[in-house]
Structures are given as structure tokens and as C-alpha cells.
Design a protein around this ligand. Structure first.
Ligand code: ATP
Ligand code: MG
Length: 177
């Protein structure tokens, strides 16, 4: 089994600017710069043969290259605690279409997909026992985040290996738009 997701990688210069915001929040486990991404579809644990089918199906998910802008910050929680802080993504029709096609590729390959709303974001940190008021203060300090527009000309199929120091991602296959 392999744990898979499709994602748009964040270009290095944009990721560097995000990295400068990764401070000032005790309890945050900041994600490394090369792990910053926008998930398009999460497939979960998939058997290897199905992973090959998925990789092939994803060639049909391509859209034309498009521009994205990162905008604002936020937090995801589980009703009790904030679990992650992230940078937002300005509304993008092409991104939504690409995400929908990545989801459809999973279904065609026989992956059982969760039916939660698609909320594009770049996870900056997972939170371990961060105080809610510190999370609020960090968000207030960064809510004017606005990246320059950047061109999305590729996406990837990534494997995720969960580890003690946070998950590690490897690019299994790259799709040029
Ligand atoms: P960890 O789970 O160790 O905290 P992680 O969340 O980065 O680290 P994965 O759980 O493998 O690693 O997730 C890979 C990517 O898919 C992340 O961007 C994650 O936010 C996203 N993801 C995980 N589960 C789902 C899900 N059920 N629906 C949508 N996206 C998901
Ligand atoms: Mg996770």
C-alpha cells in the first residue's frame, strides 16, 4: 500500500516568502519549504496496482497552465483545538476544475474518495498544543498575506510517508500542463 495525493507544488520563491512567516507560534511544527503544496485530491492508502492505474488516469486530468495567488491565512480545527495553520488561495476556476478532474481520476481508478468540500490551502504548520490566543495573534499578524501571482504549469502525484517528525512526501509522477 502507498499513501497518495495529487498536489500543486509551491514555486521556490513563493515558498521562501511563506517560510519567513513560519515563526512566532509556540507549539507549531512548521512544514519544511519543499513540503509546501496545494492538495488537489487525497487518495489515501492505495494498493500498488491501483496506484499505477491512478497515475495513468491522471494524464487525463490536465488543464491549460493558469495563474494562482495566495491570499490570507486561516486555521483548521477539530472543534476543540486548532490543528493546522495555512495560507489561503484566491478563488480560481481552473484550480477547481483541475481538482475535480484529479478526484474523477481517482474514482475511475477505483479509489474510494471522501466527499468533503474542496478547500484549497497551503498548510504551513501542524499544531501541537498551541494556545488558541497565540494562534489568533499569528493569524491577525499575517491575514494580509498576498503573494504575487504565479504560474501553475505542472502538478504531481505524491506519496506520503508518515513519520515522527511529520510526513515526508516524494514525487511519484509529474504532469506538465
Ligand atoms: P500528517 O498526517 O502526518 O500530519 P500530512 O497531513 O501532511 O501529515 P497526509 O495525511 O499524508 O500528510 O496528507 C497529505 C496531503 O493530503 C496533505 O496536504 C493533507 O492536508 C491532505 N489530506 C490528508 N487527508 C485528507 C483528506 N481526507 N481530504 C483532503 N485532503 C487531505
Ligand atoms: Mg494528514
Amino acid at each position: 500500500m502507498v499513501r497518495l495525493f495529487a498536489a500543486v507544488p509551491i514555486p521556490f520563491d513563493i515558498a521562501e516568502a511563506l517560510q519567513r512567516r513560519q515563526r512566532g507560534l509556540p507549539g507549531a511544527r512548521w512544514r519544511p519549504i519543499d513540503a509546501l503544496h496545494i492538495t488537489l485530491a487525497f487518495y489515501g492508502e492505495v494498493v500498488e496496482t491501483r496506484a499505477d492505474d491512478l497515475a495513468a488516469e491522471l494524464t487525463r486530468a490536465r488543464v491549460d497552465p493558469f495563474e494562482l495567488t495566495l491570499e490570507g491565512v486561516g486555521a483548521f480545527g477539530d472543534g476543540h483545538r486548532n490543528r493546522a495553520v495555512w495560507a489561503g488561495v484566491a478563488a480560481s476556476g481552473p484550480l477547481n476544475i483541475l481538482a475535480g478532474r484529479c478526484r474523477a481520476a481517482g474514482q475511475r481508478a477505483g479509489v474510494i474518495m471522501e466527499s468533503r468540500d474542496y478547500r484549497p490551502h497551503v498548510t504551513l504548520a501542524y499544531l501541537r498544543a498551541a494556545e488558541d490566543d497565540r494562534v489568533g495573534a499569528w493569524m491577525t499578524g499575517h491575514n494580509r498575506l498576498q503573494s504575487p501571482p504565479f504560474r501553475v504549469d505542472r502538478f504531481g502525484l505524491y506519496a506520503s510517508v508518515l513519520g515522527g517528525a511529520g510526513s515526508h512526501y516524494t514525487l511519484e509522477r509529474e504532469y506538465l500542463l
